[in-house]
Design a binder for this molecule. Structure first.
Ligand code: NI
Length: 568
């Protein structure tokens, strides 16, 4: 009895050991590789591989990549591996280190565009390599153990037979996707070998499952079965992108339901790879962003994406009177502020009642789920309140004076818009105000695009009568065109002439771009430059065709105003 029990026990033990051993040894793997493509036959090959659920590795010729990018992208999308076969199929052993890197990088650039795992193994053309190739490849060198000689025979049966007769568990098979005969023979061989229990995997997967370390500069021509076969790579599930409203924006959390993955992501809408930013902890998004994320095991999962909407916190309503600033913070916002010009933060005073403003108030507006927003309230030198200029700006005093003298007005109740452009109608209006004329007693201007009783028609009527404006062409004034710097000079010089000023008209070429100044503007530009009313934009450049900003217009108008005060 004892003996029988022991026998049964041993049988069970041996049987279960055999089962484990079988599970490992029964897995038969082959890596099919296709060189020199893509070609017009590659799509047929991809269709055939898809039908058979077989993965392959494509060593791409760089000079065929550019016109076949969609095919290469499809390889990546369908789980095949792409590798580097140099740009022009050069024998790398004949090249200098620099030449070798040029050949490999020119091809690699296309592979990077297509994505895939970013190692890009190298198959040296002709299988030709030496120590210098090993040193410069910056990648593992992949050779083969079965050569189909498909390029020589161009016969599907030969390709089929060469694979069937020579391939074994762990083979790397060399074919070329340049020939229809190669595609046909390889697919038939895959059918036969699958029926014999073979699994078709990429080179990376073959080496990984045979537990062979992959190192740059090392050569690999097979991964025969030595009793170790690891389980297949698990394709990770999609990354889950979750957002939560927090103070200052949205907090983004990434997670993958598949265990032991690394997550990589981008926030600018580009496709992430395993060289993108690696996710380690939740991060804050402070503007509208396109988040894309992908998980990697030893292979990549699919990319997930999510648009995250983050708007700036709403600015408070505003009322200003006699040195007292009254704010109306929007619901759920907190307004922090300083009065000494320093940047406010969440330790600064919280707005609760009207503030006496002497020069400036800087505010930080915070709200859950919204990006931090800032605004600066600045009194001009004459006590007007503006939210879009700062006391240290070069145009601060010009804008202060301009508004005070009524030469230019704000664009809204509390904005001057110093960076906005100036139209021809606006500048004409500024000159009209500088002239001090207020009576609309001038004949309607005979420009076909000037309607009477518009905000600028009195000014244009006056300016044409005084010979200050002469229109653009075809009897048009183009009131809404942005005024150029040379047009502004010309109108201003004529403005002075109309007031009886006599200039020593000159047209010295003082600016390095003097030749770019239109003939009709040359004397005006030089004259105003000598009168110190205008200047270049720096480095001796005048930039005659640049448009002027409202800040520049303010400076010029105030200087003109002061000249008139001084001389009249
Ligand atoms: Ni080749």
């Amino acid at each position: 009895m004892k003996r029988v029990l022991c026998f049964i026990f041993c049988t069970i033990l041996i049987f279960s050991m055999l089962t484990v051993a079988n599970a490992q040894t029964e897995t038969k793997l082959i890596a099919m590789t296709f060189d020199d493509g893509p070609s017009k036959y590659t799509v047929d090959l991809l269709n055939g591989l898809k039908d058979r659920d077989a993965k392959a590795t494509f060593f791409i010729a760089g000079n065929r990549a550019g016109s076949n990018m969609s095919t290469i992208e499809r390889m990546v999308a369908e789980g095949h591996q792409i590798g580097n076969h140099s740009y022009s199929h050069a024998d790398l052993t004949t090249l200098s280190a620099q030449g070798m890197q040029n050949e490999l990088n020119s091809c690699r650039n296309y592979l990077v565009k297509a994505g895939g795992e970013q190692t890009y193994m190298v198959r040296p053309p002709y299988g030709s390599y030496n120590q210098s190739v090993r040193n410069n490849a910056n990648a593992p060198l992949i050779l083969w153990s079965v050569d189909t000689l498909d390029w020589k025979h161009r016969n599907a049966d030969t390709v089929y037979n060469n694979i069937i007769n020579n391939a074994k568990d762990g083979s790397i098979v060399l074919c070329h996707d340049l020939y229809s005969t190669s595609v046909e023979g390889a697919l038939r061989a895959i059918d036969t070998l699958k029926s014999r229990g073979y699994e078709f995997v990429t080179v990376s997967e073959l080496l990984r499952r045979r537990d062979i370390p992959i190192e740059n500069g090392k050569t690999y021509s097979s991964a025969y079965n030595k009793g170790v076969t690891l389980p297949p790579s698990v394709k990770p599930k999609n990354v889950e992108i979750n957002t939560e409203s927090v103070m200052g924006g949205k907090k983004v959390t990434l997670s993958c339901p598949t265990k032991d993955t690394s997550i990589y992501y981008t926030t600018d809408g580009s496709n992430p790879t395993n060289t993108s930013k690696k996710y380690t902890e939740p991060f804050l998004v402070t503007k509208v962003s396109d988040i894309k994320a992908v998980a990697f095991t030893s292979i990549a999962g699919d990319i997930s994406s999510k648009k995250v909407w983050v708007e700036p916190a709403k600015l408070p309503g505003l009322d200003y009177k006699d040195g007292v600033l009254t704010l109306a913070p929007a619901d759920d916002t907190t307004v922090y502020y300083t009065t000494n010009g320093s940047a406010p933060n969440d330790k600064s005073k919280v707005y609760s009642k009207p503030i006496t403003i002497t020069k400036t108030v800087s505010a930080l507006v915070r709200q859950i789920g919204k990006a931090d927003n800032t605004i600066t309230y600045t009194l001009t030198a004459h006590g007007d309140l503006l939210t879009d200029i700062r006391a240290d700006a070069w145009y601060y005093s010009a804008i202060s004076d301009c508004m005070h003298y009524g030469i230019m007005k704000g664009t809204t109740a509390y904005e001057f818009s110093p960076k906005n452009t100036v139209t021809r109608a606006m500048f004409t209006t500024v000159l009209y105000r500088l002239s001090g004329e207020t009576q609309s007693t001038y004949n309607p201007a005979n420009f076909t695009d000037i309607k009477q009783n518009t905000w600028y028609s009195d000014a244009v009527n006056w300016a044409q009568t005084k010979g200050i404006v002469s229109g653009v062409s075809g009897n048009k004034f183009a009131p809404n065109n942005n005024i150029t710097r040379e047009e502004m000079c010309t109108m201003l010089a004529r403005f002075f002439t109309s007031r009886g000023y006599e200039f020593a008209l000159t047209d010295r070429e003082v600016f390095v771009d003097a030749s770019a100044i239109s003939d009709w503007a040359k004397t005006s530009v030089d004259t105003l430059y000598r009168a110190k009313l205008i200047n270049g934009i720096g480095n001796g450049i005048f930039a005659p065709k640049n448009t002027a900003t409202r800040a520049e217009c303010a400076k010029l108008s105030v200087d003109t105003y002061n000249s008139i005060l001084m001389f009249e």
